[in-house]
Design a protein around this ligand. Structure first.
Ligand code: DC
Length: 227
């Protein structure tokens, strides 16, 4: 990719929960002067809305029936990403245990995915953005100039997530991550998978800066040097 094209690049970063996607993507977007979109936050916000409206998140038909209602807005500044629901900021609420436990079943509902994928494509628009999720390189934007599949050992991911949340219960965090991985990878619609052409990066033994350097290097490398 030419340096002149970087402003319209789409970088798609998919991977398991806790593999470091958010920190990596935000830092890469800041370094390259790009926007940033956290699609997981969108699934989380819809889940929070369902919980607030007493929708049974395990009843796929009930979730589908109301999937068009939540009014979502995603702010794409990597220094201060925001997510609001019906005009109210829900950045804190979407990280609650209630949402952690309900987001995977809500994400399996095709009507939810169709709506959010359409919104994500609108936001990506003319590009110039780093997008993180599970199906960005495979479904949302398969034509992304750079696709990264970010992974890490479950124990490393749990330790990072627990530290972020200020929790000492690493075992419970690991169980929750593994449960989400199982549902995310096994679902019928848009399962978590390494997209065609995605570069796999295992962050287990890398620092955040090392992962960021690696992704920035891939994004700025000439196209014919890409793996
Ligand atoms: O990245 P995260 O942990 O915040 O994502 C929360 C959940 O959202 C995750 O368990 C699966 C779902 N998700 C999805 O199905 N597709 C995406 N593109 C992003 C997230």
């Amino acid at each position: 990719m030419d340096a002149g094209d970087i402003g319209s690049i789409v970088v798609a970063v998919d991977g398991t929960s806790g593999s470091g996607k958010s920190s990596t993507c935000r830092a890469v977007a800041e370094r390259l002067g790009l926007r940033y979109l956290d699609t997981g936050a969108m699934y989380r916000a819809v889940t929070w809305w369902m919980l607030q409206h007493d929708v049974d998140v395990h009843d796929a038909e009930a979730v589908a029936a109301r999937a068009a209602e939540p009014r979502l807005e995603s702010g794409t500044d990597p220094r201060r990403p925001t997510i609001s629901l019906d005009g109210v900021d829900v950045s804190v609420e979407i990280r609650s245990d209630a949402v952690n436990g309900a987001v995977s079943p809500v994400s399996t509902v095709p009507a939810v995915r169709e709506r959010l994928v359409a919104l994500q494509r609108e936001i990506i628009g003319a590009g110039g953005i780093v997008v993180e999720g599970r199906d960005i390189g495979s479904v949302v934007w398969p034509e992304a100039e750079l696709k990264v599949f970010l992974t890490a050992d479950a124990a490393a991911r749990a330790a990072r997530r627990a530290a972020e949340a200020g929790s000492s219960d690493v075992a419970a965090t690991e169980a929750s991550l593994l449960s989400r991985d199982r549902i995310d990878s096994g679902r019928a619609v848009a399962p978590l998978t390494r997209a065609d052409g995605a570069v796999q990066v295992d962050s287990t033994d890398l620092t955040l800066d090392e992962v960021v350097d690696l992704v920035v290097g891939l994004a700025t490398a000439p196209a014919d040097a890409a793996p």
